[in-house]
Design a protein around this ligand. Sequence first.
Ligand code: SF4
Length: 460
Amino acid sequence: MLLRHTKKEVMEREALTINPAKTCQPIGAMYAALGIHGCLPHSHGSQGCCSYHRSTLTRHYKEPVMAATSSFTEGASVFGGQANLVTAINNIFMVYEPDLIAVHSTCLSETIGDDLQQIVTKAKDDGKIPEGKHVIYAPTPSFVGSHVTGYANMVAAMAEQFAENTDKQLDQINIVAGWMEPADMREIKRIAKELGVSIQLFPDTSDVLDAPQTGKHVFYPKGGISVPALKSTGDSKSSIALGCFSGEPGAIALDKKCTVPFKTEDIPVGLRATDRFLMSLGKAAGKKIPESITDERGRLVDLMTDMEQYFHGRKVALFGDPDALIPLTEFLLDLNMKPVHIVSGTPGKLFEQRMRDILADSVPDANIKNGSQADIYLLHQWIKNEPVDLLIGNTYGKYIARDEDIPFVRHGFPILDRIGHSYFPSVGYMGGLRLAEKILEALMDRQDRDAPEESFELVM
Ligand code: SF4
């Protein structure tokens, strides 16, 4: 048993996290920055931080993730990293020729007190930023928050530092993407196209972290929102933020700077969240839901009906990012399952209340916790006390699944031990079909594995 040290008895902990259900802020900032075309993310800290962020993204997406670093050594760690960053900006534009550099801080540079705005201004004043090129920056101290916070901070920085209001309203809607896979972002664009709505989706990592293999190495893949498109978001009619933790801060920043009104929706995972997103998008753009989308919904409802007998009453434990867990929990309820243990390492008061509201009628006594002490160790303890039929979460859940012999569906970030997950959307009705199929497959594989010979059935 790899997790044999996990005790069944749950004790209150205040200053200890064991197996966190989150990762570090700059990883989120780096992921968001890759959603701008021609962007080179830059980590203002030590080489080790940058290597960790890059390798986590590379292992999840199975794509080379480019990023630069301020390469702090002892001197910069004591006296600050201004000289390193100004030199880095100069070198990066000369050698790697990006359209923009997106700088995020790290624990070290934040502890020293480096002021990114002041350093970038100095680089500009010193003529280190060529004409037509850009440097944006976001604070991402990893001793607070999580990768979701880092993502949200970088998305807000995009809005604050790029959006322009020219007083010429454009017939377009901004969609501020919460943390989703590249395939999810592509699916959002497809849905908008079906509705006939012109959108600006940002960030947009489709065709960046799932760019086609052409046999040629391209340093900056064709995907990502362009800088002119980002600027135009200030002239959009309105914004829809997807996810109150990862998407909403970007929409708030845009509203503050350019007075673009916004509505926050859940990331459209499952039936009801997709319904709400479509209604919001249709209303914002004055478009009706086309028959093709209604048909997709009908297919998902049909599948859910067919599957319901296998899902009914099955207990589920899940962990991950709040914006992913909220609609997923709602979808599990729609499938007639019982989410009984839910953990997210990302802090934020809203999460538990939202979950309680969703589960109020069906699982009022569910275990729900988020923040630093809401870790995978606690989830394991809860499972020991009340076993479940299914575990849903990122790769780190495989240790619990193995020790407790629970069917396991990989969902969320990071997934380090499988390939292909980022190519299939989980959002929209099509994404719902895939999620439901994945869950049923895990449950039925277990049923087959455990069935005695006399009840090993061809038709189940
Ligand atoms: S937690 Fe802090 S020190 Fe560790 S990799 Fe992240 S930014 Fe670097």
